[in-house]
Design a protein around this ligand. Structure first.
Ligand SMILES: *Cc1c(COP(=O)(O)O)cnc(C)c1O
Length: 370
């Protein structure tokens, strides 16, 4: 017997979204970004549905090795680079491409005893001010990379701070353009830039959030015209119904006071499942196909919703926290965050159900890895 809180992962939607991205960025190769366990979707289950990608990009070295062990032979990119000098040997052994953003990484690659060169993405800090070489130091870093025999191919990489809002994009593009005056391949575009800034596509693009059918801006209407489909649906069920009198209060801290006599449905899902505890009253939720709202604070294992005007809702009625009927962007907006954070927060105790069209040829690839 499992708890009814589960995520359902639609692999056809994932595969479809990659095809949409490929047709949007024709002429560019695609790194499918699968960091944070494929944005909470479960990397080992979902990657075969993306096997028509050109490469996988992620942060976690152990997950990169897992991809190799599960049979992915194409390119893999470590978006944050490697973390310790000795990691260079793992890069060689598993043929991993790495970001280089600091001098100590050059030294580690230079000093390693390698039989095969390592391909690198040389990071330009174009204004995000997290990782990379500043524009005035970038050409020198390219020269250094070219002089190291342990380094194979070099791609110029930068990351946009504001591609989702358009803010500062123009200045940031100027910085990038003036720093990258040479003929090395380039890789700049994240999801937002892929959709909204086609002139940034270049040799490789790096879509993350749009693969999963979620908006990079936090507003789902911004992606409504791109034919992207939600991949994750977060479901549960009604555990109990309570009748509450006007003036009574609901849940921890008595946050919500009934404005009238109410029917309240208690749902088997809480913050220990990854539903955000800071969700306010009024956050949308779907029960038995009807849209309603949260009332009262989220508990560890339960949440409460208003079903006063929904007499057909009863014990066992299906609840959708987000997904097919309710974009996660809408829930995130109500909670003052973005879809990214909610997807990544799904807790390990939540059961995962993978759905795929059986006629789809990727089905047999999946059996072993899930
Ligand atoms: C996460 C990440 C991406 C993907 O970002 P999205 O907004 O999800 O498309 C691209 N590039 C880098 C360097 C990243 O860390």
């Amino acid at each position: 017997m499992s708890r009814p809180a589960k995520i359902s992962i639609n692999l056809d939607a994932l595969s479809h979204n990659l095809s949409v991205i490929k047709s949007k960025a024709q002429g560019s190769k695609v790194w499918s970004v699968v960091k944070a366990d494929a944005y909470g979707h479960g990397l080992s289950c979902v990657w075969p549905a993306l096997s028509h990608t050109d490469g996988f990009a992620l942060i976690e070295l152990d997950k990169a090795i897992m991809l190799r062990e599960q049979g992915w032979v194409g390119p893999i990119l470590l978006l944050e680079g490697f973390f310790k000098p000795d990691d260079v040997y793992l890069l060689e052994r598993y043929s991993l491409t790495t970001v280089v953003h600091a001098d100590w990484q050059f030294e580690a690659i230079e000093q390693a005893q390698l039989e095969r060169p390592i391909n690198i993405y040389l990071k330009l800090n174009s204004g995000m001010n997290r990782l990379g070489y500043r524009p005035e130091d970038y050409q020198q870093a390219i020269q250094r990379a070219k002089g190291i025999t342990n380094i194979g191919s070099i791609v110029q990489m930068s990351h946009f701070a504001n591609a989702d809002t358009g803010l500062n994009m123009a200045t940031q593009k100027q910085i990038i353009d003036s720093s990258m005056v040479n003929d090395l391949p380039r890789c700049l575009a994240n999801s937002a830039a892929i959709l909204f800034e086609p002139q940034t596509h270049h040799s490789w693009v790096r879509p993350g959030i749009i693969l999963y059918g979620v908006s990079p801006s936090g507003v789902w209407q911004d992606i409504a015209d791109f034919d992207l489909q939600p991949v994750m649906t977060f479901n549960s069920e009604v555990l109990a119904i309570q009748s509450v009198k006007k003036g009574e209060q609901i849940g921890y801290g008595s946050r919500y006071t009934a404005q009238r006599d109410m029917r309240i449905a208690v749902v088997a899902c809480g913050y220990a499942d990854g539903y955000p505890r800071h969700a306010p009253d009024g956050t949308p939720v779907i029960v038995k196909g009807h849209k309603t709202q949260l009332v009262g604070r989220i508990s560890m294992d339960m949440l409460t919703i208003d079903v006063t005007d929904l007499p057909d809702v009863e014990h066992g009625s299906p609840v959708e926290l987000w997904g097919n009927q309710l974009p996660v962007d809408e829930v995130a907006l109500a909670c003052g965050t973005i879809g990214y954070e909610l997807l990544c927060a799904i807790a390990p105790r939540v059961a995962v159900e993978v759905t795929i069209n059986v006629a789809n040829s990727t089905f047999s690839d999946l059996n072993e890895s899930c």
